[in-house]
Structures are given as structure tokens and as C-alpha cells.
Design a protein around this ligand. Sequence first.
Ligand code: BES
Ligand code: MN
Ligand code: MN
Length: 461
Amino acid sequence: MASSALQYARLHQARFLDELKALLRIPSVSTDPAHRGDVRKAAETLRDDLTRIGMDNARLVETSTATREGHPLVLADWLHAPGKPTVLVYGHYDVQPPDPLDEWISPPFEPTERNGNIYARGAVDDKGQVVAQVKALESMLATGGLPINVRVVLEGEEEVGGEGIAEFVATNPPELKADFALVSDTELFAPGLPTLCVGLRGMIYSELEVRGAKTDLHSGMYGGAAPNPFVALSQIIAGLKDESGKIQIPGFYDKVIPPSADELAAWASLPFDEEHYRQTEVGSPVLVGEAGYSVLERTWARPTLDVHGIIGGFIGAGAKTVIPAKATAKVSMRLVPAMTPTEAFAQYKAFVEQIAPRGVEVEVRLIHSGEACLIPTDNPYIQAATVALHDVWGKETVFIRSGGSIPIVGDFARHMGLPSVMMGFGLPDDNLHAPNEKFHIANFHLGVESIISFLERVAGL
Ligand code: BES
Ligand code: MN
Ligand code: MN
């Protein structure tokens, strides 16, 4: 027999989806100063929802400092289950920018249903999963109360590095005191396959600026004498990796801990078809990357380096003959246990300075960073999660890592001693950070049910 909370969730599915759509209409793009007000509006909407469903102390906590304009945290709690464990429910309400806009079939902030999916920026990353958490809480609060104690923390800066929540968590604040965290910001390994994510990569995100002449110059008059920062930048970027995908930064791999034999064996038995992945998810003629490692190893357990964009010079229509004075690239590296962002950045900066060609000055700036994490699976919360997921999905849970980063998860462990249960409901082809992001609507509803079943299971521990 389904619990009354599960019955409530099934009865109210249509309204739950409508409320998700309302949140998706708010363009809470955290990296864009023009959307500051919208980010706040999304936070206020969630705060008000948490109050409405019966959570206590729903409020915004500012994260701005003298040197940084932050976005607020949304906090709430419900602590009326004496003797029961306390969960810290985490998600993020900010989203990535929606561009390129003309590739969206329906506009990014006009949530649209098509073939069993809801399409919008933030649908799966992470508003859909945050709303699934809130609706799970609502279903339990409306049918007798929560089975365990709950604290909620939602951030609005995850997509820009999560500095605000990191500062807050570093003080181990009493407002977040809990026994474990429930993080819903990851994906299923395959459709219908219940999945817990037990490892994330860390990252350093940088800007690499190359300056040549003191001003832009006529390329006919000065070509042959003046350094070209775009050429220099390209040479530097090309020097960062060799043809086989190996990063050339001295010492970069020194701290890498390889996955255990058990973990590798488990990955080898996951339902993964490299050719299907290449065609349906990547869509390139071949897959690239470090020689000697499988795709899952390369994306989950090896550090990587990518360039996200190059800024400067002439990019208008037609032609302009100029030697630009400067060129800037956005460069990031994904880190794995036990690399540290501080050391990786120092190694990268020193190497760039060493390989910079004659005639230009380079400046390497750190934009944000976060540590990788690996979560032990031998705790009762992970065990309860696998039982609950079996109840809802009818299958054994697989444990995976993800190549993505959620910087605060490592901090939960380091500063607060909290193990995280990363229970997410996205699909590999949900297009996070890309045009036509979607959330499979059935997974939204099964997500609500999974969270209810999980918290009910934890209550029985
Ligand atoms: N939810 C993602 C991370 C993720 C993606 C986990 C796929 C598991 C599977 C998160 O919102 C994200 O995109 N993080 C950024 C973090 C960065 C900006 C610090 C990332 O990974 O690029
Ligand atoms: Mn996310
Ligand atoms: Mn994201």
C-alpha cells in the first residue's frame, strides 16, 4: 500500500507541474547582472512556497560581501520529529544563460510540454528537481507531517561557483546542522534506472588574457612587427594538451587517485554503449580524450581541460584589418580526487607564463573553483536510499560518478561532516546548459515519490 503522502503526490501531479512551470518562467540567470532581480524573484517564490506548505522559518539569507554581490540563500526548517535524524535538503534555483536562443524550439523561459517532457532552461538543472523536493515535503506535510527533521538550503549561485553558500557552510552554521544531505541535482545513468551519484569532479575556472601592442593596430602597417595576441593565445592553448589529450602542465596528474578495482568493475557492468553515446549525446564523428582510458573513466575520474570561449578582436560582419591589442579565453579544468584547486591553478598559471610566446604579456585570473568529492557508500542513508529507490523504480540502484561539479557537496563533508545522498532524476540527454533543456515529466513525478519513500525509509532506521 502506498503511504498517504504518495497518494497525495499522485493526486496533485497536475498542480505540481503547473507550479514548476511558474518557477521556470523566471529567468534566474545567476551570471548575468541584468537578471539580478529575477534571481531574487525565484528565491522569493521558493521561500513563499516553503511557507505555504507548512515549513517553519522560511527566509532569505543574503550572501553578499563588501567585495562581492551575491544571490540569496533560501532557508527553511521543520524540526518536529524528536529522536529522528535530520536531513539537509539542497538544490539550486539559479540557471545557466539560455543562449544560443535561435536553437530553442520553444523559448527557454516559456515552459512547453512536448512528447512527455517539459522544455525550459532550468527544467532539470535544477528547478525541476528542487520543485520535486518541495513537493515531496508538501505531500508529507499535508498528510500528517514529516517523518524526520528537515532543513532546506537552496542556493542561487551554483552555476557561478557557489561562493556565497561556501562561505556560509565554512562557518558550520547551526541553521544547517543535520545528519546527512539530500542533493537532487544529478541524473539517472539510463532511463528507468535508479541511480545514486557518489562522486563529482571539482574545477578551476579561469580567464587567460594575452596582451600585445598598447592599442589596436592597422594590420598592414604593423603586420610583421607587432605581436598578435590571438595567435599567441592559440599557441598557448595548443600547448596545454598534446594530441593524445594529455594535459601538459607539469605535476598536474601527480595527486590523481585512480578509481578502485571494485569501482572500475562496477562501471564496466553499467549499460553503456559507446557508439550510442557518441551518436545521440555527443554527435561528433569520433570521441576524443586521453588514450588508455574508457569514456566513463575519462569523464568521471580523469582531470580534463576545456576552452569555453575566446573574446576580443573583430567579430562583426565582413572584414576589418586589425591587430587587436588583446585576446582573452575562458579556460576551465575539471579536477578529481585528490587534486586541490589551489595547487592545480598555481601549476597552470606557472606553465602558461612559461610557454607564452615572445612579445606578449599573459595574465591568468581565477574566476571560481571547487573541490572534487567522493562519497563513501557504507552509510545507512545511502542504504536506505537504495531500498526506497527499489520500491519506486522496481530495480536495483546503480552507483555512478558524474563528470560535473557541485562545489558545495565536498564542503558539506569537509566543514560539516555531512555525507550526501546525491539522488537525481535527470536523463543523459536532458541538454543541461544547452538549448532545449528538458525534464522528463514522468521522472519529475517519480522524483517526488522517490524522495518521499527515501525520507520515510530514513525514519525507520
Ligand atoms: N547539476 C550540475 C552538475 C552535474 C551535471 C552533476 C551533470 C551531475 C551530472 C551543476 O548545476 C553544474 O552544472 N555545475 C557546474 C558547476 C560550476 C559552474 C562550478 C558545472 O559542473 O559546470
Ligand atoms: Mn545543477
Ligand atoms: Mn548546471
